[in-house]
Write a protein that binds this ligand. Structure first.
Ligand code: 5AD
Ligand code: SF4
Length: 375
């Protein structure tokens, strides 16, 4: 009995110590976010994963920091998934070249420009995101032509997201008017990266991210949560890497297994854990644009709303043709797959309204003080 009492007291001491460290870290996040160290990030994540009370406090803090730094506006970025061809064989992704059961499509340059123009008539959309697998069929000059036309005809901000490319391509697209580039680092664990993305390295990806930064892009990166082989330390490293990269945007979503991939039978990433990583990201990167990702909306029907209440301030509705939606099958069961662009945007706007937030006007460029956009 005596011994049991002693154990309980020790457990109690450990728990209250952890709580104290959590409080300290949250206080630092609150007052001096720049000073959050690796131990703070770890404690914020570990405590909120383990304890519901901490989780609630973390989400509330992330929501308040979001409001204080980037306001109540939620920016809509319209995605056009213009090609589902990919030369890579990432173990987690349904677009991998070796998935022979997936019918492939490519939109023509004129089709892409026409979809971007149509998106302007939806209202609300301030940015077009041009996304595809790693598809060399669209070479540097071809995509530059598409970007130039979209900029000229719509005036919208343009984000490009087509993977690792030589610096010359990034430079061409920037000259053509591209404002932002989205290239997720996927995981900060170099060995896991090498294993899950055969033929590519984390170093290579970081080189691309540096090139993009040099060229004056607003840079977006991000990672998946719940990849097999990932640990809590990996997620802490992910968050610290995003801060080192000083990203203007970070996309964080749960891993969702796809049946036609080597990870078909791996467990899906947890929605709660993803929300915790997102909320800590808001504390670590108070100025960043953080999307409520489609992967979160897919893993949990309420995922998008929950993300917007835990630090997120961006939604990326698909504005491409519905006929291609089910073919852009990165993971199965993608949210809102059958909704045409108008309906998709309408539902997103209703949800934003219901939260008492407003849809962002204009391009929704980064408001990070250190960032000076080059025209
Ligand atoms: N589950 C969740 N996200 C995925 N992605 C790729 N495959 C999956 C998956 N199975 C994400 C990656 C990549 C983007 C195209 O989609 O983060 O950058
Ligand atoms: Fe291709 Fe990107 Fe999918 Fe990898 S994650 S297979 S690079 S589309």
């Amino acid at each position: 009995m005596k011994e049991r009492k002693h154990t309980t007291a020790t457990d109690h001491d450990t728990a209250s110590e952890a709580r104290r460290s959590f409080d300290d870290a949250l206080n630092t996040a609150w007052r001096r976010p720049g000073e959050l160290g690796p131990d703070d990030v770890r404690v914020l994540l570990a405590c909120s994963v383990a304890d519901e009370e901490c989780r609630k406090r973390l989400f509330a803090a992330a929501d308040e920091v979001r409001r204080r730094y980037v306001g109540d506006e939620v920016h809509l970025r319209g995605i056009i998934e213009f090609s589902n061809h990919c030369v890579r064989n990432c173990h987690y992704c349904g677009l991998r070249a070796q998935n022979r059961s997936l019918p492939r499509y490519r939109m023509t340059e004129d089709q892409i420009v026409a979809v971007a123009e149509a998106a302007t008539h939806l209202g609300y959309i301030g940015t077009i995101v041009l996304q595809s697998g790693e598809d060399p069929a669209y070479d540097g000059p071809t995509l530059a032509g598409v970007i130039r036309k979209i900029k000229k005809r719509t005036g919208l901000a343009v984000t490009v997201s087509v993977g690792d490319r030589p610096r010359e391509d990034y430079a061409l697209w920037r000259e053509a008017g591209a404002d932002r580039y989205l290239l997720k680092h996927e995981t900060a664990d170099a060995e896991l990266f090498r294993r899950l993305r055969p033929g590519t390295t984390l170093d290579g990806r970081l080189r691309c991210l540096r090139d993009l930064r040099d060229l004056g892009y607003q840079v977006g990166s991000g990672n998946m949560v719940g990849l097999p082989g990932q640990t809590l330390s990996t997620l802490v490293d992910d968050l610290l890497l995003l801060r080192d990269l000083d990203v203007e945007m970070a996309g964080i979503g749960p891993f969702i297994p796809h049946p036609e991939t080597p990870l078909a039978s791996a467990p899906a990433g947890s929605v709660d854990l993803t929300l915790c990583v997102l909320a800590v990201a808001r504390l670590v990167l108070p100025w960043a644009h953080l999307p409520a990702t489609t992967a979160l909306a897919t893993a949990d029907h309420d995922g998008r709303r929950r993300a917007l209440l835990s630090g997120a301030n961006v939604v990326m509705p698909n504005v491409g043709p519905t006929e291609y939606r089910h073919l852009y099958q990165i993971y199965p069961g993608k949210a809102a797959i059958d909704e045409d662009a108008m309906t998709y945007v309408k539902h997103v706007v209703e949800m934003i309204d219901s939260l008492g937030r407003t849809v962002g006007k204009g391009a929704g460029h980064s408001r990070k003080p250190a960032f000076t956009p080059r025209s």
